[in-house]
Design a protein around this ligand. Structure first.
Ligand code: GLU
Ligand code: ZN
Length: 466
């Protein structure tokens, strides 16, 4: 029987969606889409003190903006839901009862202080710290005595000794652990809530998740979760651990690396397809060269091409993909970028004229200012170019405008009047009309400027020639 691939993204809503997590979500989404499977979104909001509903809202908005649609999740319930861990306490409780009845879990009454002391002791003996098993063999009377003291028990999973655990990591290859190194771990906290190790593994199993892609920070959790699922007789998912995303200097991503949350990037005007093209190549040696559409990325995704080395985020790459995205965007996707100073009838022509020079909406504003607003004074360099061209150039240009010439007619007239050609012809005209040496093509710019503005700018140049 062929099992349907089910992958998932399971964020803890404790903050903004950063590029690192967005990459995990994207690769998980690609994983499912490439195999024609299902993609599940699960909100891991068991940490009530750090989870915030507004973070879930923002996360859903970011996912929607990126186009990472899910088949089951918040607002898309199925019988395997709910997809909020905070609403699944009863489900975990059942598993905990089962484990206790099987004798595979036991209450632990150790205080934080006692655990810390035991930890220090182990470290001082040069041992790796792990739960010492203090409460493993308490008799019923001993348990009752501790409860009578008012101690709240946490529930620990009893890890079998002497087992060699192996699994095939989708990214890291074969992983081998000894169960002796693990120590009995908490599955239910003293306050009754399920621990991450338990809720995360149980949910993956009950939601039919076949393939888990997640951050490398969870590598050490996997053998524990595999043991737990094995005892609960669940089918084991495959796990793949993605290396950390780091800045171009190799250090963990931080503020100084620039805008790294999805919502910040969206606010700055980055296109979602640019962000996805960036993420697609972070730690994934994609066989797709150049710009890729979503369909192309789904097709070209290869989990076996996920690398083990930390993935470096280079913001220059984002700029590169953003420029590509702007080139390919529909005009209506750029409509918001057009400042109000551009007359409504000119909007489409404006986008067509300046598109090749845009990276972010701020550039559209600069282009609109250049066309429709008063220009800043000529810099000395530009003034020198204008003066070198001389008054004859601009007198001919004004005459051409007055006779209704467009850019090609205007340049022809100036060439005939002055004998200038090539760069000597175009550079001073561009300098006079835009107060810049580079920019969009002049013909559509002149059309947008209109003869009155252009005339005033040539007159200014004439003044500069005196
Ligand atoms: N809530 C966990 C996290 O955000 C999920 C880990 C996992 O994907 O298994 O780190
Ligand atoms: Zn204990």
């Amino acid at each position: 029987m062929v099992t349907l691939t089910v992958s998932r993204f399971a964020p803890s809503p404790t903050g903004l969606l950063h590029l690192g997590n967005a990459r995990t979500a994207f690769f998980s989404w690609l994983y499912a889409r490439h195999r024609g499977g299902r993609f599940v979104l699960r909100i891991e909001d068991t940490d009530a003190s750090r989870s915030r509903p507004e973070h879930v809202e923002a996360l859903l908005a970011d996912m929607a903006w990126l186009g990472l649609d899910f088949d089951a999740g918040p607002g898309k319930d199925t019988p395997e839901g709910p997809y909020w861990q905070s609403q699944r306490a009863g489900i975990y409780e059942q598993a905990f009862n089962q484990l206790q009845a099987m004798g595979r879990a036991y209450p632990c009454y150790c205080t934080a202080l006692e655990l810390e002391l035991a930890r220090k002791m182990q470290l001082s003996r040069g041992q790796a710290p792990r739960y010492a098993g203090t409460c493993r063999d308490l008799t019923l009377d001993q348990r009752a005595a501790r409860e009578a003291e008012g101690r709240q028990g946490a529930l620990r999973f009893q890890v079998p000794g002497g087992r060699e655990l192996r699994y095939q990591d989708l990214v890291r290859g074969e992983q081998v652990f000894s169960s002796d190194a693990l120590g009995d771990f908490i599955i239910q906290r003293a306050d009754g809530s399920a621990s991450f190790l338990a809720s995360n593994a149980i949910d993956d199993a009950l939601m039919g998740v076949t393939d888990v892609l997640r951050g490398e920070d969870h590598v050490a959790n996997t053998p524990r979760q595999l043991l737990l699922l094995e005892v609960l007789e669940h089918r084991l998912p495959r796990y793949g651990h993605l290396p950390l995303l780091v800045g171009d200097d190799g250090a963990p991503l931080a503020k100084r690396h620039g805008a790294t949350s999805v919502s910040e990037l969206r606010g700055l005007g980055y296109r979602p397809e640019a962000v996805l093209n960036l993420l697609f190549r972070l730690g994934h040696s994609a066989a797709v060269e150049g710009w890729a559409t979503n369909a192309g990325m789904i097709e070209g995704f290869r989990p076996e091409h996920l690398g083990r080395a930390p993935a470096r985020l280079d913001m220059a790459q984002l700029t590169h993909w953003q420029k590509e995205a702007v080139k390919l965007a529909h005009a209506d996707q750029l409509a918001d970028w057009v400042p109000a100073t551009v007359p409504a009838d000119d909007k489409a022509a404006f986008i067509a004229a300046v598109r090749a020079n845009l990276t972010l909406p701020a550039d559209a504003k600069a282009m609109a200012d250049m066309i429709y607003e008063d220009l800043p004074p000529l810099t000395p360099e530009l003034e020198a170019i204008v003066r070198a061209a001389g008054a004859a150039t601009f007198e001919a240009a004004v005459l051409a405008l007055d006779s209704g010439a467009d850019w090609s007619g205007l340049t022809r007239s100036v060439r005939e009047a002055t004998g200038r050609k090539g760069r000597d012809l175009f550079q001073p005209l561009r300098a006079a009309l835009t107060h810049a040496l580079e920019g969009p093509e002049m013909a559509p710019l002149l059309a947008l400027m209109g003869p009155l503005r252009a005339r005033a700018r040539f007159e200014q140049a004439l003044t500069a020639c005196q």
